[in-house]
Design a protein around this ligand. Sequence first.
Ligand code: CP
Length: 308
Amino acid sequence: MSHFLDLKDFTKPQLRKMLSEAASRKKARAKFAKGEPDKDQPLKGKAIALIFERPSTRTRFSFEMGIRQLGGEVFTVSGAEMQLGRGETVADTARVVSRYVDGVMIRSKAHETLMEFAGAATIPVINGLTNETHPCQVMADVLTLEENKGDVSKLKTAWIGDGNNVCGSWIEAVGVLGGALRIATPQILRPHPEFLQWAEQMKADVQVMTSAVEAVAGADCVVADTWLSMHDPEEEKTRRHNLLRPYQVNEALMARAAKGALFMHCLPAHRNEEVTDGVFDSAQSVVFDEAENRVHTQKAILLHCFGK
Ligand code: CP
């Protein structure tokens, strides 16, 4: 039994195997209807629960469809509908749920909840986003980047904006897979120091700076995210927007990146805040491929977790 909690838990060959599995499964499905099952059914007889303490569009749809394509049973519940919302401990919930289903994907408010759930569960647990990381998203990002630009270990990615949970998983991806990451963010929104200390230990080519122009120089890919994440309090909105306005990814900033650089965003996007319509809707933007690739990469993650 294997969990999928954070990218830093894996070796490069393990992540490469998942990315390769995702790419070949995507290719094999090129002419399939979306609801059509895969030729093989490696999750036949398996039931997987999706638990959401936060809202979701992509994570919910992509896991539900991916599990169905692999032949598994899937159902979705919100944390508020469960006794979790009424004080049953996370560990007891994990022990109980482990008696009913074969695997769980959980989107938790706090990273500690994910870790407590995984620590008590006797079935595979997948991180569907916490306040600290979003590894499923970044696996889809890496697949999308490699489809367009080749091996991530030879590429430079620029992260522009809040040093948030997706940025945390990007640091871990570069630490394990290689490549260069330049993070442009206001001093106050830098990634947690633990991510940067870990990157240093891994001798990862990760640098944090305040200048977006400096970060995108020579970048093969420019990544943005919302200025206010799901776990940030609404009262923070004005302060964050003021801090992050100079970090908008617009046509002028993209022109400073390498020729033909990609634009990526995990979505949902706030158009004309963190990214202009001109960039979001341009030929350089691969945001909807990223969203699609959630299905393919998560299928590979599920197969890893179930030892298939
Ligand atoms: N990118 C992402 O995780 O989207 P959702 O919040 O819609 O799942």
